[in-house]
Design a binder for this molecule. Structure first.
Ligand code: GLN
Length: 533
């Protein structure tokens, strides 16, 4: 079997240039040409994973099927490639140091001084190779978080340098993504920041093979030639990435510039005629030519930073396109919603989502939102904490259990309709200890959820500590909020719905983590359909 090929994606000049989207787009093209690919993200921060980070810090925490709490870029990888990622696909500096220090304590380096080079870089290289262990993939793309020149990125760049030397240039390609700013005062696009950024890489011993230039305007052939000349890359290896209307256009933009061919050529791999990308293009056609337009309110407490709800907003792009519908997602702050203004705040929406979340802030607005949607027959989807809020609301206003709550917010409530899971009661550490990843759920055949999924057994991803309290199971069932999805092993309630309502579903899991371009999640597709009416 041929050796695994490695492609590294580094970034320069500024952060937020979209390395994740470029990585996912290139991977998509290589996949369409018949190669098996995966993408890995290396994050230079000290947290062992982003699970303990506030979404304001780092955007959404994405969860893999095997239960890793990861960077949101892994969501893009899955949405583009339609292949699940795993624990090995996201590694942080914290995790690297943790394993090196654990080994040191065990005595694995007995007698030696443990140092950044070689011990930390060896561990980084081991993690890079681990993702393709058993030769599962032909090509591994590894995105290096942060910006070249950052102190914390240095060990990663050094590891890339070593790998390039160890594996040979054909087996190890470096793509560097930079910014070419346009100065309107002089009417010029400027290449100097790119030149400096490449110099910075070269100083660290790494010569990039391909440059992707992020730019607001198309770049002339002269500019690209200038960049090629001064940065020591071939002319066909300078690619531009102009702002486009949707991230899903980026693979097509890269295809037009033959980024995939250039990479394959440099790796000495075969390619023949252009991949048709039929399903992808069909999706784009629908996305760009909507027949309907609806407004859906997303009620949450991190709405100042839309990245906090990345997977939800992308799921609506997929579910919308499937219905040939443009979904305007209106982000509504749950802290701003009060009994007095709820009607005004939620006016004009064709559908309402209450978002996942943690803690007390903004909880009352979420509960009011669930009540408003229920009483006004507006399609409603509650995700995780959103489902829990719908349960609390129903308990208070329909079951008349005054003061019903989740013990996460009110641990003395008389009616703990949402309560800490039994196995969570002894958990003290916060990192990686929630109920995480894929769990089975059996759906009642008479339910709306069953008609949506079209099957009885599903697997969905989780990230929570609290659950529907089964002591109240019959009360809910007899009053019209029916638990219709149950975990067959633990008996945890995973889905509730109100059959008398137009469309009212709460899910304890996160359907948004598994919606992809090729496989839009049925709950989102059907919810959008109901909102169109
Ligand atoms: N805070 C709730 C719990 O831990 C919900 C979590 C979530 O919305 N992801 O159960």
């Amino acid at each position: 079997m041929a050796d695994v090929k490695y492609v590294f994606i580094t970034g320069g000049v500024t952060s937020s240039l979209g390395k994740g989207i470029i990585s996912a787009s290139l991977a998509k093209l290589l996949q369409a040409r018949g190669y098996s690919v995966t993408i890995q993200k290396l994050d230079p921060y000290i947290n062992v994973d982003p699970g303990t980070l506030n979404p304001y810090e780092h955007g959404e925490c994405y969860v893999t099927l095997d239960g890793a709490e990861t960077d949101l870029d892994l969501g893009h990888y899955e949405r583009f490639l339609n292949v699940p990622t795993s624990q090995a696909n996201n590694v942080t500096t914290g995790r690297i140091y943790q394993s090196v220090i654990n080994k040191e304590r065990k005595g694995d380096y007995l007698g030696k001084t443990v140092q950044v080079i070689p011990h930390i870089t060896d561990e980084i290289k081991r993690r890079i190779k681990l993702v393709s262990s058993g030769n599962k993939f032909d090509i591994v793309l590894t995105e290096i978080g942060g910006t070249v020149g950052d102190i914390e990125s240095l060990p990663y760049i050094e590891s890339v340098r070593q790998l390039k030397w160890e594996l040979g240039p054909q087996n190890c390609i470096v793509i560097h993504l930079t910014l070419v700013p346009y100065l309107s005062a002089s009417g010029e696009s400027k290449t100097k920041p790119t030149q400096h950024s490449v110099k910075e890489l070269q100083e660290a011993g790494v010569q990039p093979d391909v440059l992707v230039l992020r730019t607001e305007r198309n770049l002339s052939a002269d500019i690209k030639k200038k960049v090629a000349t001064f940065c020591n890359v071939s002319e066909n290896a300078v690619v531009e990435s102009v702002d486009v209307s949707t991230i899903y256009e980026v693979p097509i933009m890269m295809l037009h510039q033959k980024l995939d061919q250039t990479i394959l050529q440099k790796m000495g791999l075969q390619f023949d005629k252009e991949p048709p990308l039929t399903q992808w293009r069909e999706f784009l056609l629908k996305l760009n030519n909507p027949k309907h337009s609806i407004k859906i309110g997303l009620v949450g407490k991190y709405v100042e930073l839309p990245d906090a709800y990345k997977s939800i907003s992308e799921s609506f792009v997929h579910g919308g396109a499937m219905n040939e519908c443009h979904v305007n997602l209106e982000y509504i702050h749950s802290e701003d919603i009060t009994e007095k203004n709820v009607e005004e705040k939620l006016a004009g929406l064709q559908g309402i989502v209450v978002a996942p979340g943690f803690g007390a802030r903004g909880i009352d607005g979420k509960i009011l939102t669930a009540q408003y949607a229920r009483e006004n027959n507006i399609p409603f989807l509650g995700i995780c904490l959103g489902m829990q809020c719908a349960v609390i609301e129903f308990a208070r206003n329909v079951l008349k259990l005054e003061g019903a709550h989740s013990t996460e917010i009110d641990h003395k409530t008389k009616y703990p309709v949402i309560d800490l899971m039994e196995e969570q009661k002894s958990v003290i550490d916060k990192g990686g200890t929630m109920r995480l990843g894929g769990y089975k759920c059996l759906i009642d055949k008479k339910s709306k959820a069953f008609s949506i999924y079209g099957k009885e057994e599903i697997i969905e991803r989780h990230r929570h500590r609290y659950e529907f309290n089964n002591k109240f199971y019959d009360d809910f069932k007899n009053s019209g909020m029916i638990p219709v999805g149950i975990n067959p092993d633990s008996k945890l309630v995973e889905i509730v719905e109100i059959p008398s309502h137009k469309w009212f579903i709460g899910v304890q899991f996160h359907p948004e983590y598994s919606s992809t371009v090729i496989n839009p999640h049925p709950l989102f597709v059907n919810f959008v359909k109901a909102c169109i009416g």
